[in-house]
Each structure stands twice: as C-alpha cells, then as structure tokens.
Design a protein. Structure first.
Lengths: 171, 114
C-alpha cells in the first residue's frame, strides 16, 4: 500500500501560497518540485499540469484541488501541498474558491502508483476530520503530522503476507 | 487470480468504490447496471408491489466485475471505505463476492491518466 508520507516532504509544503489565480498557483507549486530536484523543467511540467486542467478541473469541490501530471522531466513520484489563505478560482465543480491544493508529479513511466496516489489523496480529502484538520494546519510540520496520522491508520494494521507474497493490511 | 463481484445497491457510493479499487491496484473493472431481486419483484411482479413500501430510491444497482490477485481485496475495500464513513457492510448497501478463477484470457488495457 502506497503511503502518502513517503511521497511528500516538509519542503514540498507551503501554507502560504501567494498567487491569486490558478495558473500562478500551479507555477508556484511546481517551483517547490524544481527546488527539490524532482522536476527538471519547470515550463514543461507546468504545461502538462495546465493541459490536464483544460480537460476538466481537478478542483473536486469544498475548497480542494488535486492538480496532477506525468512528464518525462519528472524524476520521481512526489506530492506537494499548498494552502491559500485568500482562496483561488480553480474552476471548481461547486464554483467555490480552492484553499487546499495537493499537486502530484510523476515520471512518464510511473503509471499505476500515480493513479493510486490520486485515489489515495482523494480518499484522504473525503475524510471530514482530515479535511478540517488540514484547513486548520498552519505549518508544514502540522501537515506532515496529519499525513502521518492518515498513514498510521494503515501502518497499525500491517500484519499479513498472502500466499502470493503480497503484504495486506488487516485489522 | 480472483474474480471480485461487487453488487452496489447504493449507487451514490460508486465513485468512492471505483477510486478505492484504483488505490488497491484493481484497474480492469467493468460496471453493469443491475437490480436486486427484491426490487425486480416489487416493480415487475404486481403481486409483490407491496414490497415498494419498504424500498426507497431508484430500483437499480450497479454490479462491478473485476479481477484481482489477492482474495482479501474485498475486505481491503471495505476497510478503506470505512475510513471515510462509508460502510459497505451495512444492510442493503452492497454484496461482495470473491471467486477463485481457473483461467483468465486476454489482457486489460492499462488506464492512462493524463
């Protein structure tokens, strides 16, 4: 099972996005990946993410967006988190501004884990408790702690290897 | 390999179920419109029309067929959804069957997200 804590680092988190529009937020968050050496070409990855947004907005409602993309210029699957205090128009399904943004960057050949990370973050944000806590989080450390809590729901349950040798997580 | 059969009577949970299947690495599901025996009786067999009093909502459900490597996938699905307050084990919400397969032919097309 993919653990979010392994995909996100403290320096891929910002709780004070300054951009006021969707394009600016995307560029600001891609810059986090660039600084960390995850993305080699900022313009290329920004274009990928923006093209995906053109297909349909990744703003799923209730103040949340999960922009994502795969590109040749991405070194490894990683997640960045950004929080906007003023809110950003992300062409959300519910037409409301977006405050919490998880951005996923993946290399072109990482397909399955990429899909799994999108699904996992969507589920994390489905949890009312987690969502409220993320809205209240003020520092990258707070966010990392919450993600660790979410992952721990799984970690505590790692018990068994199946006949096929896969580890499954059970209560 | 196993065949996972999920009959979902609460269609509003379909998106969450599919998303969790992706999280569990299950990608080759097909989704069919279906209806429960109780609902078919209530709406198609006049003598059982009285059953409609106990049925709410639309008389349809979704049936999801998928192959998976692990026979615990159904339990995993239930567990992941419980974390977001969806209980597939509540009466009338879903049925999940896992059947061991003797042979599987053909290959699914990988899902390619942009």
């Amino acid at each position: 099972m993919l653990l979010l804590g392994k995909l996100i680092d403290e320096d891929l988190i910002t709780c004070s996005l300054s951009s006021k529009d969707k394009g600016g937020v995307i560029e600001e968050m891609v810059e986090l990946f660039v600084k960390k050496g995850i993305v080699r070409d900022k313009d290329d990855f920004c274009t990928t993410v923006k093209k995906r947004e053109e297909v349909e907005s990744t703003a799923i409602g209730e103040g949340i967006a999960i922009p994502h993309g795969r590109a040749k210029t991405v070194n490894s699957l990683k997640v960045a988190f950004g929080k906007s205090k003023q809110g950003v128009d992300f062409a959300s399904l519910d037409k409301k501004p977006v405050y919490l943004i998880f951005m996923i960057a993946a290399p072109i050949d990482v397909r399955k884990e990429y899909l799994q990370s999108v699904a996992k973050i969507a589920r994390l944000l489905k949890s009312k408790v987690m969502k409220e806590a993320l809205f209240k989080a003020e520092t990258p450390k707070d966010v990392m702690r919450l993600i660790a809590d979410f992952d721990n729901m799984v970690i505590e349950e790692i018990k068994v290897k199946t006949k096929e040798g896969r580890v499954v997580y059970r209560k | 390999m196993y065949l996972l059969i999920i009959t979902l009577h609460k269609e509003e949970h379909l998106n969450d179920v599919l998303s969790c299947l992706i999280e569990l690495g299950v990608e080759d599901a097909v989704i069919m419109d279906s209806e429960s025996m109780e609902k078919a009786l209530a709406y198609k067999v006049p003598i059982f029309a009285g059953l409609r009093f106990d049925l709410g909502g639309k008389p349809f459900s979704k049936t999801i067929l998928a192959t998976c490597e692990d026979k615990e996938t159904g339990k995993e699905l239930i567990r992941l959804l419980k974390e977001v307050d969806i209980d597939l084990e509540s009466p009338g919400v879903a049925r999940i069957l896992t059947v061991k397969l003797e042979s599987v032919l053909g290959k699914p097309k990988p899902i390619e997200e942009f």
